[in-house]
Write a protein that binds this ligand. Structure first.
Ligand code: OAD
Length: 236
């Protein structure tokens, strides 16, 4: 598969962080089993009950401090460091495990737990604390206007133009640990194929769009991703 490949786009989802102990969304122990999406992950929920929404993300932010990147994050960071062509890692994850593993060519299309968006001054700031306490914005110092910098349902994912351009220019699109249930990310495989890229999926279970991929590998990201990275780096 790696012959003639210069530009790579990688999409990751919650499955890549599962072995670090971060809960996925769907499935028996998933986050959406314990919460209704419309109660915690929509702008309407935040308008109705900001305290509930802040506490949901405060708890997830606190959990982040207790987890570490796993072998899949580390392998992707290694690929980033050594791959001579273009590479873009697009993550749907709001954790910071890719960057803690060392990935640089990375974007968070669904936002970040460690970022606060101030609705008073519209600035985004690094944030590591508890938002439910009506914290002051690190930028404008006003209190009570911070919201989690998370893309909620009904909101537009970040940096879509950059992602579409990378998909149009890539020779290989790789999807790791995502159920393929949420658009636009779920449609990236079709865009990449439309522009002629090879496509590979690595997931514990076949995703909803599994049939779109040229190749599907089934298993744990911590096992599959290091093997794939070794494979692709062998031929450069
Ligand atoms: P999901 O919870 O929908 O899917 C996680 C996928 O990872 C499933 O297909 C699992 O089979 C797979 N998986 C679990 N453990 C794995 C492992 N160790 N190795 C490999 N794969 C594993 O999570 P996402 O697809 O990321 O959006 O969800 C997409 C979006 O839906 C999220 O970004 C979030 C959510 O609503 C927002 O919050 C905006």
């Amino acid at each position: 598969m790696q012959r003639d490949i210069q530009n790579i786009v990688i999409l990751t989802g919650a499955g890549v962080s599962a072995e670090s102990g971060v809960a996925t969304f769907r499935g028996p122990d998933g986050l959406w089993e314990g919460h209704r999406v419309e109660d915690v992950a929509t702008p309407e929920a935040f308008a109705r009950d900001p305290d509930l929404v802040q506490k949901f993300y405060d708890a997830r932010r606190a959990k982040l401090r207790t987890v570490e990147p796993n072998a899949a994050h580390r392998a992707l960071a290694k690929l980033d460091a050594h791959w001579p062509g273009d590479l873009l890692l697009v993550t749907q994850n709001v954790d910071d495990l890719h960057e803690r593993a060392g990935s640089k060519r990375l974007l968070h299309m669904h936002g970040e737990l460690n970022s606060a968006w101030c609705l008073a001054c519209d600035e985004r700031s690094r944030f590591d604390g508890v938002m439910a306490d009506d914290q002051a914005c690190p930028h404008c110092q006003q209190s009570g206007h911070l919201r989690p910098d998370i893309v909620w349902f009904g909101e537009m994912p970040y940096q879509m133009e950059r992602i579409e351009l990378a998909l149009a220019q890539c020779d290989l699109f790789v999807s790791i640990g995502t159920s393929g249930a949420v658009y636009p990310a779920a449609g990236f495989v079709q865009s990449a194929r439309h522009y002629g890229a090879q496509t590979l999926e690595m997931n514990l279970d076949p995703s909803e769009g599994s049939f779109h991929f040229h190749e599907s590998r089934k298993g744990r990201a911590g096992d599959l991703v290091p093997d794939w990275v070794a494979e692709i780096l062998r031929d450069i």
